[in-house]
Design a protein around this ligand. Structure first.
Ligand code: GMT
Length: 365
């Protein structure tokens, strides 16, 4: 098939899923055309992958350059030139609106179905914002196919938006060959990792507070991977709590499959999380996640078997789980093996990609 994919190309779970999906589809013989304002970060060169940039020109009259319209025009143009069979947009806002316009623009000549994949904050935060609610609901309803990355997100979409069209749950996935345990790389010091875009929803300050409590019981370090609005506050908290030298801020990194196996525990203290791709990638590398019991995370982590699920903001509970893992090697090893098994047996790329192919066949039939 010839598939057009649109996503946010920067650091964020939805962009990563879209990029990994495109790469896997290309490996399976499809032709994949990324249409976005920048080259997606994890997009490697591949003969089946093409990239089409969206130019958003500004004009003094525009207080806000209309990206959604430039994207719609580019989608219609690429679809016509490259004879795309469908568009697959990741993150509803504004991508499904642009896809809906592109479909309408081509309607008299040909059919261009589009699939919308809901990832999380497009529904839980942004979509429910009063100014975006009606258009988000409308564009989801207009989609030829809708997928959500967890049962929880599907249910929230139905409850909040009253959407009646079917929403298929296709969980996040991981390539377990790339994301694999590498015990020889494991840091000699007990190390906790956190990976995110440092937005308030991720509660990155909790990671610092958890480290402070853990260090009452054992000597441990914390690596903060990623960047975003709360990084400054996190850096300040590190010095306030006297943790300088025990927290490394690594910034945005591309080599996540090399970094993860160096740690022992992953911290995911999010306020809301529709699935928790960072936890899945860590589990695939044999790390044990200490996460919060929110959204779709319980669909990934089995409590006390493959990781821990704690109440949001409960630093003491999260620190206690992390401490027990760092102090007890055999517990950590057993749970790490169980976590890896979950990644392999339930969320492996090979099992999930065919589910997307199946929805593509349905919408193009
Ligand atoms: O908030 C983020 O982490 C980014 C966000 C996105 O849409 O870019 O991530 C969401 O999508 C990921 C991939 O499907 C999920 O694994 C994350 O759980 C989800 N984040 C939230 O719901 C907060």
């Amino acid at each position: 098939m010839r598939i057009g994919i649109t996503c946010y190309p920067t650091y964020g779970g939805s962009g990563i899923v879209a990029t990994e999906l495109g790469l896997e589809l290309a490996k399976r013989g499809h032709q994949v055309h990324f249409i976005s304002y920048a080259h997606p970060i994890r997009l490697a060169d591949n003969p089946g992958i093409f990239y089409h940039e969206v130019e958003v020109s500004n004009y003094p009259l525009f207080q806000y350059p209309p990206y959604c319209l430039a994207l719609a025009s580019r989608m219609a143009e690429v679809a016509a030139n490259e004879k795309l069979d469908l568009l697959h947009v990741h993150y509803a806002i504004p991508h499904s609106v642009s896809a809906m316009l592109a479909r309408g623009m081509l309607e008299k000549d040909r059919r261009l179905p589009f699939v919308t994949t809901l990832h999380g904050t497009d529904i839980t935060l942004v979509g429910v914002d009063r100014s975006y609610f009606p258009i988000t609901k409308y564009s989801i309803e207009q989609s030829d196919g809708v997928t959500a990355i967890s049962n929880n997100l599907r249910q929230q979409t139905v409850d909040v938006f009253g959407i009646r069209n079917p929403i298929e749950v296709i969980h996040n996935f991981v390539c377990t060959e790339t994301y694999r345990p590498q015990p020889e790389k494991r840091s000699a010091r007990k190390t906790m990792l956190h990976i995110s875009n440092f937005r308030p929803v991720k509660r990155v300050l909790d990671c610092i507070r958890i480290l402070a409590e853990v260090r009452q019981h054992t000597d441990a370090d914390l690596w903060m991977i990623g960047d975003g609005p709360d990084r400054g506050a996190a850096e300040r908290l590190v010095s306030e709590l006297g943790l300088t030298g025990h927290v490394k801020f690594l910034g945005k990194q591309n080599n996540i499959p090399d970094l993860l196996p160096q740690g022992h525990v992953l911290l995911l203290p999010s306020e809301s999380e529709s699935f928790g791709l960072a936890a899945l990638e860590a589990m695939s590398c044999g790390l044990v996640p200490v996460a919060t019991r929110v959204g779709g995370v319980p669909e990934l982590i089995d409590e006390s078997v493959t990781g821990y699920l704690c109440p949001v903001g409960d630093i003491a509970a999260q620190a206690a789980c992390a401490t027990s893992l760092l102090l007890n090697d055999s517990l950590r090893d057993a749970m790490g093996i169980a976590a890896r098994n979950t990644a392999e047996s339930r969320f492996n790329t090979k099992m999930i990609i065919p589910q997307y192919e199946s929805i593509y066949r349905q919408v193009t039939a």
